[in-house]
Design a protein around this ligand. Structure first.
Ligand code: PLP
Length: 321
C-alpha cells in the first residue's frame, strides 16, 4: 500500500505523535517520462501526474496536513473558497475526519463536475454571487470569527503538504531537474514548491504559467483575478509566463493524444509555456495538477467530435479511414 503522505514525509512535516492522520492515500503520484513531447520540444520532459491523487488534484497533498492539524487543534468545522478542487478536497478530508465542511464557490464559474463531486462528499456548498476573490474574503472573515478553520492555501499547513511533490520528484529522478513548471492560479503551489526547493537546497528554477486573461480563462482552476500569493511568487524568484487559452487548449490536447494523459485544462498551462519557448533548462518537470474528468464539460466541447456510422463492419471500416 502507498503510505499516507504524512507518514512518508513525517520528519519534514509539522506533525507529532498526537496528530491524528486524516488520509485518503494521497501523494506518491506517478512521475512519467514524456518521450514524444520530449522529442517535439527538444528537451527531457517529465510529467508529475497529480490527477492520481484521491480526489483528482494535487490539493489533497496539502489538505491531508491542514485537516489533520485542524482536528488536532480541536476544529469543529472547516471552510474554504474555491475554484473547485480545493472544495472537493476539503469536503473529502472533512468527511474522513467526521467534521462538516462549508464550501464557497463563485456562482457559475466552477466546473459542474467539481461541484457535483463536492456535493457527493457531503459538504455544504454555497454558490456565492461574486467572483473567487470575493468568496475568499468572506471565507477569511468567517474564519476570523472562529466558527470554522480556513483550509485555503493561506493555511500554512497546506503549503507544508504541497511541498512534498518536490521531495518525490527529486527522490525519483535521483537529482533535481533544471526547472519545475506549474500552473499559477493563486500561487500557493508556487510558494510550496519554492519551500521544497529551499529545504532541499536545490538550484532548480520555477516557471509559473498563468492565464493571460486571468478573469475569463477557460481553465477555471486558475481563473483568479488577484493571486493572493503574488508577493510570495515574486520572492520565490519564479519566472511567471502568461499563456493564452488557445495555447492552453493546444497543450491540453497534446498531453492527451501524445502521452496518454488526460488532465484538466489548467494543468496544461505549463506545457503551453514550454511550447512558447519560455521555459529554460534541459531537464524539465511539468506538474499536471488535476484530472481531466474534473472538467468533462470543457472536454466535451473541445475534443474531436465522434463520427456516427451504421453498425456494419464495412461502414465502420470506411468511417474509421
Ligand atoms: C488549485 C489549482 C491550480 C492553481 O494552483 P495555485 O496554488 O492556486 O496557484 C492549478 N491547477 C489545478 C488543477 C488546481 O486545482
Amino acid at each position: 500500500m502507498v503510505p499516507p503522505l504524512i507518514e512518508r514525509f513525517r520528519p519534514q512535516l509539522p506533525v507529532s505523535a498526537e496528530t491524528p492522520v486524516v488520509t485518503l492515500g494521497e501523494g506518491s503520484t506517478p512521475l512519467l517520462r514524456a518521450p514524444r513531447l520530449s522529442e517535439r520540444y527538444g528537451r527531457e520532459l517529465w510529467l508529475k501526474w497529480e490527477g492520481g491523487n484521491p480526489t483528482g488534484s494535487y490539493k489533497d497533498r496539502g489538505m491531508t496536513v491542514a485537516v489533520s492539524k485542524a482536528v488536532e487543534e480541536g476544529a469543529q468545522a472547516v471552510i474554504c473558497a474555491s475554484t473547485g478542487n480545493t472544495a472537493a478536497s476539503a469536503a473529502a478530508y472533512a468527511a474522513r475526519a467526521g467534521i462538516p465542511a462549508l464550501v464557497l464557490v463563485p456562482v457559475g464559474a466552477v466546473s459542474g463536475a467539481k461541484v457535483a463531486q463536492t456535493r457527493m462528499l457531503g459538504a455544504t456548498v454555497l454558490e456565492v454571487r461574486g467572483d473567487f476573490d470575493e468568496a475568499l474574503s468572506a471565507a477569511l472573515e468567517l474564519a476570523r470569527r472562529g466558527t470554522h478553520v480556513l483550509v485555503n492555501s493561506l493555511n500554512p499547513y497546506r503549503r507544508e503538504g504541497q511541498k512534498t511533490a518536490v521531495y518525490e520528484i527529486v527522490e525519483e529522478l535521483g537529482s533535481a531537474p533544471d526547472t519545475f513548471v506549474i500552473p499559477y492560479g493563486g500561487g500557493g503551489n508556487t510558494s510550496a514548491y519554492a519551500q521544497g526547493i529551499r529545504e532541499l537546497g536545490l538550484g532548480a528554477g520555477i516557471v509559473s504559467a498563468e492565464a493571460s486573461d486571468r478573469r475569463h480563462t477557460l481553465a477555471s482552476a486558475i481563473r483568479i483575478g488577484e493571486p493572493v500569493h503574488a508577493s510570495a511568487v515574486r520572492e520565490a524568484g519564479a519566472h511567471v509566463v502568461a499563456v493564452s487559452d488557445d495555447a492552453i487548449v493546444d497543450a491540453w490536447r497534446e498531453l492527451g493524444a501524445l502521452e496518454g494523459v488526460f488532465c484538466e485544462p489548467s494543468s496544461a498551462a505549463g506545457l503551453a509555456a514550454v511550447a512558447a519557448g519560455s521555459v529554460p533548462g534541459e531537464r524539465v518537470v511539468l506538474t499536471l495538477t488535476g484530472h481531466g474528468l474534473k472538467d468533462v464539460a470543457t472536454a466535451e466541447r473541445l475534443a474531436p467530435p465522434p463520427v456516427q456510422c451504421d453498425a456494419s463492419p464495412d461502414a465502420i471500416a470506411e468511417a474509421a479511414g
